[in-house]
Design a protein around this ligand. Structure first.
Ligand SMILES: C[S@@+](CC[C@H](N)C(=O)[O-])C[C@H]1O[C@@H](n2cnc3c(N)ncnc32)[C@H](O)[C@@H]1O
Length: 231
């Protein structure tokens, strides 16, 4: 199954509380479908939602997949959709877990991190968490693959990734109009005015840029003089 249409063709069921894929998730899917990023890797996917990326990661030839959701109910949707599209005999490790708080190390962590509706004072919390603590779930030279909006400050992510030991790049970007719900949150609309290049406005319509970021951990060991009790 290698042509783009077949890779992205899925029958996805979603309940009221499930996250229906938005342009962010669709762009991440498009990039995973068109690039050799996950092939042969042991992948941890955070916040699998309706399993749109889980199915694709399998079709793109990942060696093994662990996928998480925040509740058993949400995880149930991912399980149902994965089995319906891939078959019940394909092994997958599905876990309830709060973001990176799970066991094990992997070749790659994939996510579409909550941002506009992250529910955190630092709206970038889930992106920053990946950048700061992603290494705990990664093997040496492990990789992060995630999508984010220009409104979440792509330059900040690239700078922080570099500070935290990653070689990072934008794989591909695309532009799309603001979703209606952005305008429902005046705090959000005020916050994005503080971000350089957060959006473009043309003919009265605001456009965000969606970027898929790939980051690879540089090999590194703390110096012998570092105070690391119990290491
Ligand atoms: C932006 S949606 C992405 C869903 C799907 N991956 C996609 O791209 O369409 C973020 C997902 O993360 C899940 N989520 C939210 N908080 C989480 C947490 N603390 N740990 C794990 N998943 C979480 C949500 O339930 C939601 O499915």
């Amino acid at each position: 199954m290698n042509d783009l249409k077949s890779l992205l063709d899925m029958d996805l069921q979603a309940g009221e509380d499930d996250w229906t894929p938005t342009p962010h998730g669709q762009w991440l899917a498009s990039v995973i479908a068109r690039h050799d990023l996950v092939e042969g890797k042991e992948v941890l996917e955070l916040g699998a939602g309706v399993a749109n990326h889980t199915i694709l990661i399998h079709r793109r030839g990942a060696k093994a997949i662990t996928a998480t959701e925040i509740t058993e109910e949400l995880l149930g949707t991912a399980r149902t959709n994965f089995e319906a599209n891939v078959g019940g005999d394909v092994p997958i490790d599905l876990r309830v877990a709060d973001w990176l708080h799970t066991d094990g190390t992997f070749d790659m962590v994939v996510a579409n991190p909550p941002f506009c509706q992250s529910g955190k004072q630092n709206r970038r919390y889930f992106i920053d968490s990946l950048i700061l603590d992603g290494h705990k779930r990664l093997r040496p030279e492990g990789e992060l693959l995630f999508v984010q909006s220009s409104m979440a400050d792509v330059k900040m992510s690239l700078r922080r990734l570099n500070q935290n030991g990653f070689d990072a790049r934008v794989v591909e970007s695309t532009q799309g109009p603001f979703r209606d719900y952005y305008f429902d949150d005046p705090t959000f609309m005020a916050e994005i005015e503080q971000v350089d290049d957060a959006y473009e406005e043309r003919d009265g319509t605001k456009y965000e840029t969606l970027s898929v970021i790939h980051a690879k951990l540089r090999r590194w060991s703390p110096p012998a003089t570092a105070h690391l009790p119990g290491r």
